[in-house]
Design a protein around this ligand. Sequence first.
Ligand code: CAA
Length: 378
Amino acid sequence: MDFDLDETASMVQASARDFANKEIVPRAASIDREGKIPRSILKDLADLGMMTLALPEELGGADVGTVAYSAALTEIARGCASTGVTMSVTNMVAEVIARFGTDAQKKQYVPKLASGALVAGSFALSEPEAGSDPGAMRTTAKRDGDHWVIDGAKQWITSGDFAGVFVVWARTGGAGTKGISCFLVEQGTPGLSVGHHEDKMGLRGSSTTALHFEGVRVPETALLGELNGGFKIAMMALDGGRIGIASQAIGIAEAALGAAVDYAKERKTFGAPIADHQGIQWMIADSRTELDAARLLTYRAAYLKESKQSFSSQAAMAKLYATEAAGRICDRALQIHGGYGYVKEYDVERYYRDVRVTRIYEGTSEIQRVVIGRGVTG
Ligand code: CAA
């Protein structure tokens, strides 16, 4: 068993780390303050291949696999969690189109997600009353000649105001999970409007909006996958997406632990750097151990996905453990900073806010336990 990244994954990780250190870390505080990621950063990420890392080259992807994707996303999220989630969701959207799309759909969207022409991809599944339980969604798509007409509302949509393409789920059949289909809808389609922008506690650089669909007409070629087969597409996409969010959480926690260690070596109490006090050492030791465990779980899920083995439970375990551990690590990092951790002058205040949502989106911790539990009990 080899625990080292292979040469390709190491190179991709190094490239992401270098870009994060030079271009993202210095701007992360202002991204948070201004509530916006500069478009130039998203374009640079696309130019580096980061928006479609595991996608085939013939569609413009970098084709480096899921382990490399996880390693790279961790580095970008270490620099800025908001940029990390934008990258994660765009990769997820590109993958879902590449996996379930017709040749025409793949050619129409994936190369433009890869190049940055569409800026970002967006995943429109959740609704005001259907988050953990997407099988209860109310948005409908009704046939009208050779078109579908979509009506309803989506909520909590990452990059909802600037993504070039949305993967949208809507009810085309009866109640429950078997009556749901998936559609590709372009930004600017008449009847599609961006609603409320959420004023979030963290990830403030990432836009999260409502979407309204009022008589949105899309051609029948916008149907992604089989009619009434959309729920399974969402589940499969989320299995992969959860590796992304686990990687994002690890990145935030790496940043927090790094900041805590630096601070602990500098700050003195009782005549010695606080890093020399056993109470602080134990906090750092717990954080380092949990972070390594989170990485191993996440790389295992990524490896299983990349080698085309089943990975749903393993992705849920990775997301559950990594995001919960990252929360504890950011909390300890803030505690190590004392009062300075509670003010915006220090980055840990941002990490603490940013990390919280990783236990909520792409399936709450409770939903991950449902997935894991069902996997165990069959
Ligand atoms: N892969 C393939 N098929 C799957 C699957 C998977 N991982 N999980 C379920 N299915 C299939 C089942 O086999 C079943 O198929 P049949 O009808 O043929 O039997 C069908 O899907 C329905 O499955 P369930 O009966 O298990 O469905 P459920 O309603 O009980 O829900 C759930 C299961 C796991 C709880 C699911 O609802 C779930 O994952 N909920 C959380 C949703 C979520 O993560 N939302 C995140 C929003 S997106 C986001 O946050 C993006 C962002 O922008 C950051």
